[in-house]
Design a binder for this molecule. Structure first.
Ligand SMILES: *[C@@H]1O[C@H](CO)[C@@H](O)[C@H](O)[C@H]1NC(C)=O
Ligand SMILES: *[C@@H]1O[C@H](CO)[C@@H](O)[C@H](O)[C@H]1NC(C)=O
Length: 393
């Protein structure tokens, strides 16, 4: 063992025992911080993949923001550390990242002292008379930065720069306008990413691996509650906010996550009401057909024994149980509201049926694509066989 190795081992030991940071690595190429200030988990996940692609192109360290959650009856958002749900290590295979907590503890005191914090936005926002990003105005904006005791001393409007780093040498333009020596930290009022996720960033999903904590919950349910054998996972997005959004589907043929089905320029058609909010008939017909098709594929291990339902509102357990009784298929949901466990279970189903328009479904679809697991969507592609004599179900 040479003395260098000995010294290294020594330092590791000291750090481990005293839990002190003896030296902090500072990325000379700078950092990107942002608030996932739009939407719930599905939207934030879309934005996360975009921000990851953006940080990679600029070659700045991405600070992994907490997930912003809203609890019923609470006026302020709640910030949940990124690594409660996802592992940090797999992301590092793709790019330099660190959690917001670690960044604030170790890097901010050196690179981002409290009198040098500038917020970045495309153009002025908020209601104040002064031209500003007003980064902390409103919920979740204020609560988000307050979680880390962050105040801003200034604003920077970066327009017309944008986030499409796969075209127009955008990364170079950012780095020219905001060199890391002068702007070590770019702190964005919202995600530096588009919604829905840009096509080129979809494959970054493979670096998102669920944490052991949530994975264990899902696995316990699969082992102890769900019957042995194959199951179909379905997502029923049908809360009142969704019902209202779907009313306008005709005027927004590429609403929310619709491009995952229809293409980014509607090259595979326009969104329909039934894709957005499938009727009970559509759901049951499609479910029966899916079960039959899988059942008849000839693989004994593939006989569908149960359905797992994730929903933000109505799981339709009674209706579905009634409809599938004769097929000897039982319908389940997770006993408590836990969208992350839902996502993991849907990700592992033998088949998944999701909602084209929903970014929650889109997360499941991308994750299943990573593993080449089959998925389909409600009322898409358009059902040609409807009402035909061959359509015996
Ligand atoms: C990105 O930055 C890291 C150092 O932080 C460096 O090792 C790496 O080569 C850079 N990548 C590119 C493509 O410049
Ligand atoms: C599923 O397949 C099994 C064995 O191939 C068969 O006995 C059963 O009737 C099928 N059920 C349905 C609903 O198709």
């Amino acid at each position: 063992m040479n003395s260098f190795v000995v010294l290294n081992v020594f330092w590791v030991l000291i750090s481990a025992f005293h839990n002190v940071v003896t030296s902090v690595f500072i990325d000379p190429l700078g950092y990107i911080v942002y608030c996932p200030c739009m939407g719930r988990f599905g939207n934030q996940a879309d934005h996360f993949l975009g921000a990851l692609g953006f940080a990679h192109a600029l070659n700045r360290t991405l600070v992994l923001p907490p997930w912003v959650e809203y609890r019923y009856g609470e006026p302020k958002s709640i910030q949940v550390p990124f690594d409660k749900y996802f592992k940090v290590q797999p992301l590092m295979k793709f790019h330099k990242v660190m959690t917001m907590e670690k960044f604030m503890d170790e890097v901010a005191p050196i690179e981002w002292p409290s009198n040098k914090r500038v917020s970045f936005c495309y153009m002025e926002r908020g209601t104040s008379a002064i031209k500003s990003c007003n980064a902390k105005e409103g919920n979740p904006f204020g609560p988000f930065w307050d979680t880390y005791s962050i105040d801003f001393d200034g604003s920077e409007f970066y327009g017309p720069l944008h986030y499409d780093v796969y075209h127009h040498n955008m990364a170079e333009q950012w780095n020219n306008k905001y060199p890391a020596q002068k702007f070590p930290v770019l702190a964005f009022t919202g995600a530096p990413a588009s919604f829905p996720v840009q096509q080129e960033n979809r494959e970054l999903q493979k670096y998102l691996e669920w944490s052991n904590q949530v994975t264990m919950k899902a696995e316990t349910f699969l082992k102890e509650i769900l019957p042995k054998g194959a199951f179909v996972g379905i997502h029923l997005r049908n809360g009142i906010d969704w019902v209202r959004a779907c009313e306008h589907i005709k005027d927004s043929p590429n609403l929310f996550a619709a491009p995952q089905c229809l293409g980014y320029r509607n090259e595979r058609g326009k969104a329909t009401q039934d894709m957005c909010l499938p009727t009970k008939e559509t759901i049951i017909r499609q479910l029966k057909r899916t079960i039959k098709t899988i059942n008849n594929s000839g693989n004994k291990d593939n006989i569908i024994k149960s359905i797992y339902v994730a929903s933000d509102s109505n799981h339709m357990i009674v209706d579905l149980n009634e409809a599938l009784k004769r097929m000897k298929v039982e319908v389940f949901k997770y006993p408590e509201s836990n969208p992350h466990v839902d996502l993991i279970i849907l990700g592992r189903a033998n088949h998944f049926i999701g909602n084209c328009i929903s970014s929650f479904s889109a997360f499941v679809k991308r994750e299943r694509d990573v593993h080449k697991f089959p998925s389909s969507f409600w009322a898409f592609p358009k059902d040609k066989g409807r009402g035909h004599i061959h359509d015996e179900l």
